[in-house]
Design a protein around this ligand. Structure first.
Ligand code: ADP
Ligand code: MG
Length: 260
């Protein structure tokens, strides 16, 4: 059975202000979706809501993952079920190496699936980590470094992508916010997503950077405007955005609204 993340008519408020106004989205394993749109339209609100952030209040709608109502679950339970959110662990953890952190996360996920699981053995883990690091062209010494301590923007992204590779989630949501995303970091994310994309992983890449889509080729592109997805299309929609920016989307949909 393929796993899917299904968002149905989602309405979300922050401090009683409605931000998402009826978002519906279906991301299946094996698909790469891009969610784009100008700043302030609610893209990160969607990501935080998926994560279960307490400031984001779901006032209507549903989020279903693997047939389970995600809104009933705590953030860590969502992750253990196989939903990955890139910004889950953004903090530095003194004294915890990247490798140890990844092993703990893998074991938590295995135990969620089978409480009797004894965890991944160290030789098995090392072998797996080495193969993922080779796949992603991560330098050998990276796994021994303390997580996020003194990491550059690019290194943080590298740790995130390595986490994505080792956890093997069914669905990954990557919110590529503007802060500190230089072109190198952008490329690390894109190359990672491209290397990991396959029938077993579905990806929702959130960004307002049209540039990101020069590196990642999504099959499905969505444009969000004022808390709603107003356009959904194929890769040509991304090309269109690159040529014409967001103005045509605004004109089309704001005119439509005024005409009513
Ligand atoms: P995007 O990611 O598309 O740039 P956001 O989801 O970050 O958009 O923001 C959408 C709107 O929600 C903005 O008006 C923003 O000010 C508001 N918002 C988002 N998060 C918060 C928050 N934690 N507190 C107050 N307002 C917020
Ligand atoms: Mg954002």
């Amino acid at each position: 059975m393929t796993s899917a993340l299904e968002i149905r008519n989602l309405h979300v408020s922050v401090e009683n202000k409605p931000i998402l106004k009826g978002v519906s989205l279906l991301v299946k394993q094996g698909e790469v979706h891009a969610l784009m749109g100008p700043n302030g339209t609610g893209k990160s609100t969607l990501a935080y809501t998926l994560m279960g952030h307490p400031s984001y209040e779901v006032t209507a709608g549903q989020i279903i993952f693997k047939g389970i109502d995600l809104l009933e679950l705590e953030a860590d339970e969502r992750a253990r079920l196989g939903l990955f959110l890139a910004f889950q662990y953004p903090v530095a953890i003194p004294g915890v190496s990247v490798a140890n952190f990844l092993r703990t996360a893998i074991n938590a996920r295995r135990r969620a699936e089978n409480p009797a699981d004894k965890g991944i053995s160290i030789p098995e883990f090392r072998k797996m980590l080495k193969s993922k690091m080779d796949l992603l062209k991560v330098p050998n010494d990276f796994a021994g470094r303390y997580l996020n301590e003194g990491f550059s923007g690019g290194e943080k992204k590298r740790a995130e992508i390595l986490q994505l590779a080792t956890l093997e989630p069914e669905i990954a949501v990557l919110d590529e916010t503007d802060s500190g995303l230089d072109i190198d970091a952008l490329r690390i994310v894109a190359e990672g997503v491209n290397a990991l994309t396959g029938p077993k992983m579905g990806t929702l890449v959130i960004t307002h950077y049209q540039r990101l889509l020069n590196y990642i080729k999504p099959q499905i592109v969505h444009i969000m405007l004022d808390g709603r997805i107003v356009e959904t299309g194929g890769p040509d929609l991304a090309l269109h955005l690159e040529e014409r920016g967001y103005d045509w989307v605004r004109e089309k949909h704001e005119e439509g609204a005024n005409g009513r």
